[in-house]
Structure formats: structure tokens, C-alpha cells
Design a binder for this molecule. Sequence first.
Ligand code: NAD
Length: 237
Amino acid sequence: MPQKPRIVVLTGAGISAESGLKTFRDSDGLWENHDVTEVASPEGWAANAELVQRFYNDRRAQLAEVAPNAAHHFLAELESQYDVQIITQNIDDLHERAGSTQVLHLHGELTKAESVGNPKYVKDIGYNRIEMGEKCPDGHQIRPHVVWFGEPVIAMDEAIRRTATADIFWVIGTSLQVYPAAGLSNYAPKGTPMVLVDPNAHPYQQYADYTLFINKAVRAVPDLRVWLDKHFNEQPS
Ligand code: NAD
């Protein structure tokens, strides 16, 4: 059986916006009314771990209340015809809940906890809270399994490997301002067709290599379908 064409999709907070989860660039650099360094940096944790735990406890509770939208579902449905590799900056689980089976989280997952002292310890916690004083078996406090600014993006090597074998590269709902994820397209094979979906994108130099759909993710789904059909029908057989 011929291999399915590989679509690598880099997603960011924008794809989950229509599910009711706020992005932070759209709110003047604030994430749910917090400065990101306050809630998403090792310095923030050192300054006020209680506040950081509360922030992610609230995000987790909110996540339990929302549902995947038509854009998440569309990507999941494409698996019947394509090898869809999702590389997400999101810490929510909406791709998985929509049914996507190949999801690589660059910045961690809200539904997991890790140890502050043992990088190998990661545990599923679902939508439950983490309390200060809650320890892993080796006695360290547990914290959200989220990559904060200044921390290494361990999944990046795997993301590069997957991108290097892309037949198509899509970017949906990310401001492409957070590195190293923003540089991922550089690893796609030369000439890979690239598409970017973002209601606030401008046809700047940065996007010169992309076909742009300046639209919200859910509303861009029909355009993406047409683009795919056209792309594959125009390929020589
Ligand atoms: P970002 O907030 O920097 O950028 C979001 C982008 O989405 C913007 O360019 C915006 O124009 C676009 N956008 C807004 N509404 C959209 C829609 N309906 N459809 C498509 N695009 C839309 O987010 P980022 O680039 O993902 O980087 C932010 C970091 O913040 C990530 O590391 C992530 O971990 C974290 N974050 C995650 C979530 C989440 O998991 N849902 C939410 C907020 C922030």
C-alpha cells in the first residue's frame, strides 16, 4: 500500500481560541490577566509558587469545561487519508480529545505534573489540582508539566525529525514569536508547500513562503479542504 502523504501541522493558542481558551498575544501580552513571566518562568515560580500553581489549576479546571472545535476535528479526520503529525505549542489536550493520534507537545501538557527535582518523574493528573506540599515519591514538590520561558524544549529534536519528512507544512494559530518552535519551518524539505492560518497575519516578509488564509481556524477549514484537494489533484500521477 502506498504511504500516506505526511502533513505536519504546527499549532498554537489560536486554534483553541474558538473553544474558549484565550491566547496571550491577543490580550496585550497577558495570559488570562497575568504577565507571562509571572506565571510561565522559573523566576515566577521562585517568586510565588502558590500563584503559579493556582494559575495552572485554574487553566486545568477551565480545560475540563471546554471542547475541541471544528478545526481540531478537521485535523483528526484527515488521518483517514494523510499521515497527520501535529506539533503543538498548546498545553491543552483538545487535539487528543478530537481524535488526533500523533500529537507532539512542545511546551508540555496541563494534564500532567512533574517533579521540581527529578526530570524523569512525570505523572498524569487529568483535570485535578496540584497543591503546594504535594510531593512525588522521592520527596520533591510537584509542579505543572509545562515548559516555561527559559527552559529547554526537549521535544524540539523530535519535532525537527518529523518536519524534515513533511510533504506539506501547515501553521495554524500561532504568532510565530516563541522560539525555537517559530523556526521549525526551516527544517521542512526545500520547496515544501506551506500554509498559514491566522486572522491577524499580515503578508510580511516573514510569511513570504506561505499561502496565507487570514481567517480564524474554524472558518478556514473549508479553505484548507479546497487547498488540499487542489494540491493533490495538481500533482503528476
Ligand atoms: P500566541 O498567543 O502568541 O499567538 C496566538 C496566535 O493565534 C496569534 O497570532 C493570533 O492572531 C492567532 N489567533 C487568534 N485567534 C485565532 C483563531 N480563532 N484562529 C486562528 N488563529 C488565531 O500563542 P502561541 O504562538 O501559541 O504561543 C504562546 C504560548 O502560550 C505557547 O507556548 C503556549 O504554551 C501558551 N498558551 C497555550 C494556550 C493553550 O494551550 N490553549 C493558550 C494560551 C497560551
